[in-house]
Write a protein that binds this ligand. Structure first.
Ligand SMILES: Cc1cc2nc3c(=O)[nH]c(=O)nc-3n(C[C@H](O)[C@H](O)[C@H](O)COP(=O)(O)OP(=O)(O)OC[C@H]3O[C@@H](n4cnc5c(N)ncnc54)[C@H](O)[C@@H]3O)c2cc1C
Ligand code: FES
Length: 255
């Protein structure tokens, strides 16, 4: 069930020069959290940041009442979050949105770029628990953008691409050799990241007639269907990404 909670900053752990993990403690809402869900975080004490900012869960710990988020500092709100200190309070509304589909005993491919990798640790765990064979492919500009490799290894085979070739295969995520197989034999592909990357992954999935789910990161304001700021055009008309997403079957999108 949706809650508004005041949580305490437990830790901020920087992973590279622009990304960090934000751990918050004191949550009573962790039981309901599934991969794909997100939270709306209120960024206090910044005159220009009025609206809450949406973030997928990176993970949660039911025993410790803890939720964590992966944050890429790209603007005022995300940068402000990176300046918080242990013990500071943050107000969050959560869990929001829908979830990824979790099949059983299938072969699945997870593709994530940029901050789009955030929901995939939980997704990998849920997929492995249902007997799926999981392959995880992440992409970035350079080696320091490739994160959570060890965590992903617990749930499947891990591959990566970097644009400068400093780690994994050189090139864009969609240029990885996985996609060069003529018989791409996945039952389901998941994608989250920059829209161009998700559209390219969706195109490959359609070409090979593979089911595909994309988690959209449209700009949001309210997070619960009131402001219509997150509208996405679909084959059935406009939908709110915050309430009817963020996860969409790509065949329902007008991409
Ligand atoms: C469902 C959902 C889940 C998300 N999960 C994560 C996550 O796990 N980790 C993470 O780091 N980010 C995530 N995001 C994106 C995150 O919400 C934005 O980066 C954040 O709101 C930017 O706030 P800001 O104040 O720093 O940027 P602003 O100062 O508001 O904007 C800086 C620049 O970024 C652009 N921008 C702002 N929001 C977005 C967006 N959503 N997509 C593309 N460009 C944007 C603005 O137009 C502007 O050009 C998610 C977004 C959604 C909708
Ligand atoms: S963010 Fe307000 S309707 Fe979706």
């Amino acid at each position: 069930m949706k809650r508004i909670e005041d949580l305490k900053v437990k830790e901020i752990r920087w992973l590279n020069d622009s990304s960090f993990v934000l751990e918050l403690s004191g949550s009573a809402a962790t039981k309901d959290i599934r991969s794909g869900n997100f939270a709306e975080i209120k960024v206090d004490n910044h005159p220009d940041v009025f609206l809450r900012r949406p973030f997928s869960y990176l993970d949660f710990d039911e025993d410790e009442n803890m939720v964590s988020f992966f944050v890429k500092a790209i603007g005022k709100g995300t940068s402000k979050l990176g300046t918080l200190e242990k013990g500071d309070t943050l107000n969050i509304i959560h869990p929001l949105g829908n979830t990824f589909s979790i099949p059983e005993n299938k072969k699945v491919l997870i593709t994530g770029g940029g901050s789009g990798i955030a929901p995939f640790i939980m997704l990998g765990r849920e997929l492995k628990a249902k007997g799926n064979k999981v392959v995880i492919l992440t992409g970035g500009r350079t080696a320091s953008d490739i994160l959570f490799t060890e965590e992903f290894k617990a749930y499947g085979d891990v591959h990566c691409t970097t644009e400068d070739g400093s780690l994994g295969e050189k090139g864009l995520l969609t240029q990885h050799s996985i996609f060069k197989q003529s018989d791409l034999d996945f039952d389901l592909i998941y994608t989250c990241g920059p829209e161009g990357m998700m559209k390219a992954v969706a195109g490959i999935a359609k070409e090979h007639k593979i089911a595909c789910e994309a988690s959209l990161e449209n700009l949001m304001a309210c997070g619960f269907g009131a402001c219509l700021c997150c509208i996405q055009e679909t084959t059935e008309g406009n939908k709110c990404v915050c309430t009817e997403g963020p996860v969409f079957n790509i065949n329902d999108l007008t991409w």
